[in-house]
Design a protein around this ligand. Structure first.
Ligand SMILES: Nc1ncnc2c1ncn2[C@@H]1O[C@H](COP(=O)(O)OP(=O)(O)OP(=O)(O)O)[C@@H](O)[C@H]1O
Length: 225
């Protein structure tokens, strides 16, 4: 991945939520940690253009999030904190096909892509199920599948193991570890990001620390104490 923030900042209702930030992200697996309200989600949403910079610039693989939003969102798929809000159509297979239909792909190609992702995650048995009937872990995998079928190069996940029991948390963690795509994961589950390439710590709307997991997690514990 090649993500660049150039003096990028975010404001909500006249308040600075992310102070001007300049950094470049090129690693395969990046974790984002910090206290509630520290600006993690805002930072992640700026990466795929869901939050536009109030000032400065954000680019993703060379595309400017403020000018090439559609292209940026094709590069970087976002999996929201509440996966139930992400699945739009009742049946998982239909939901997975939705994004590809809007790209006007032929039905045969859409079916092949959907089946490919379902089998990759071993969740073919969920294809015809109603999303609102799925368990938390199944729903998280379904949301991941619905985004992955559109073939983004980068996956941004906002607290993917939030609200999951231990078994589902293990399942989702293993799935994330096995992904070929580059990942950016916001998590309060520190074990999930403990072996990542780089971790960013946000505090009060600023990047407070940036480095290898063990070091940054230790800094986070100091801040939280
Ligand atoms: N749409 C919005 N309108 C107004 N304020 C917002 C909006 N989104 C976020 N904020 C504010 O911006 C600040 C940072 O929020 P953000 O969601 O980025 O934090 P976070 O670190 O992801 O928190 P959490 O761990 O609780 O999810 C908070 O004070 C929040 O209230």
């Amino acid at each position: 991945m090649d993500i660049r923030f150039e003096e990028a900042e975010a404001h909500f209702e006249g308040r600075t939520v992310l102070h001007p930030l300049t950094l470049s992200l090129t690693e395969r697996r990046i974790g984002i940690i910090g206290l509630n309200g520290s600006g993690k989600t805002t930072f992640a949403r700026m990466i795929n253009g869901l939050v536009a910079p109030y000032a400065g610039r954000v680019t993703v693989n060379g595309f400017d999030t403020a000018r090439d939003g559609d292209r940026v969102r094709a590069e970087a798929g976002f999996i929201f904190q509440n996966p139930q809000n992400q699945i739009i159509l009742p049946i998982l297979r239909e939901d997975m096909a939705l994004g590809l239909k809007s790209r006007r792909l032929p039905t045969r190609e859409i079916d092949a892509a959907v089946n490919g992702v379902l089998s990759r995650f071993g969740i073919g048995h969920l294809a015809e199920r109603r999303a609102h009937e799925l368990s938390g872990g199944e729903l998280q995998l379904a949301a991941l599948a619905s985004v992955l079928v559109t073939r983004p190069n980068i996956l941004i996940m906002d607290e993917p193991t939030n609200q999951l029991d231990l078994r589902n948390r293990d399942l989702v963690e293993r799935t994330i570890r096995g992904l070929d795509e580059d990942v950016i994961v916001i998590s309060h589950d520190l074990s999930l990001i403990a072996d990542f390439d780089r971790v960013l710590l946000f505090h009060e709307g600023r990047l407070a620390a940036d480095g290898v997991p063990w070091d940054i997690i230790a800094r986070y514990r100091e801040i939280a104490a």
